[in-house]
Write a protein that binds this ligand. Structure first.
Ligand code: C5P
Length: 233
């Protein structure tokens, strides 16, 4: 499995996203993540446009609904020819299986499908008090990852610090896609459980999702190349 850096394109509109991607003309085409804000604002055409420019796309919409609805929605996303999509593992094994069915094209190909275990914005205390999940956050993450694996998914989104735990529970080939990456000399912003690209590689991440350290850098192409060098090469 080749490791790769995914740039989180957290821009509000088509123009600023494409202006950002224009900077990569002449360099290699990064794998990019498109989230809810851009997708809901700019619509599916933004996916087609970025795909036509030769980028691979992780469409981060975190689906969570009844199995039938998720199956049908995934069919639509699969036709957009994205490379990776995700669901909430909290939607249950049945929902994740339905997502996988919806994603699989007539020729048997499909985008990678990964599950969000517990959002990194949810503390153990909130999970226990508000969601009434009695287990520890680590046990919850491992169980949700095992559920995702049972449903046939390819991996989970987790903090890089959780990647080793997930691999131990679900096997080496089960993907760990990890945000929360910062360069050693940079500000953490609002991220709490962070690590560097080099450390994420050591712990076992397969893909790192990097936003502001690249998008807000003075030279985003240089910052991306720095990440690729530390993590993927
Ligand atoms: O700018 P930064 O590198 O913090 O961006 C990280 C990206 O990963 C953002 O798009 C954020 O929404 C996403 N993400 C995250 N933590 C999660 C899931 C997704 O930071 N648990």
């Amino acid at each position: 499995m080749k490791k790769d850096v995914i740039i989180a394109c957290d821009f509000p509109d088509r123009e600023s996203t494409l202006a950002f991607l224009d900077r990569f003309q002449g360099s290699r085409k990064p794998f990019v993540k498109i989230g809810m804000e851009l997708f809901y604002g700019a619509g599916p055409d933004i996916v087609r446009e970025i795909k036509a420019r030769g980028h691979r796309i992780f469409l981060d919409l975190k689906l969570h609904d009844i199995p039938n609805t998720v199956r049908k929605a995934m069919k639509v996303l699969s036709a957009l020819d994205v490379d990776m999509v995700n669901v909430h593992a909290a939607g249950t094994v049945a929902m994740m299986k339905a997502a996988l069915e919806g994603l699989t094209r007539a020729d048997g190909t499909r985008p990678l499908l990964i599950a969000v275990t517990q959002l990194t914005s949810t503390s153990e205390e909130t999970m226990q008090k508000e969601l009434l999940v009695g287990a520890s956050i680590n046990d919850t993450i491992v169980r949700y990852a095992q559920n995702a694996r049972e449903a046939g998914l390819d991996g989970v989104v987790c903090s890089p610090l959780e990647a080793a735990m997930v691999k131990e529970a679900c096997g080496e080939t089960f993907l760990a896609v990890t945000p929360g990456i910062r360069f050693a000399d940079a500000a953490a912003d609002d991220q709490v459980r962070i690590t560097t690209p080099a450390r994420a590689r050591e712990i076992g991440s397969d893909y790192i999702v990097v936003g502001r350290p690249i998008t807000a850098a003075e030279d985003p192409v240089a910052a991306y190349e720095h990440c690729m060098k530390e993590f993927a090469e």
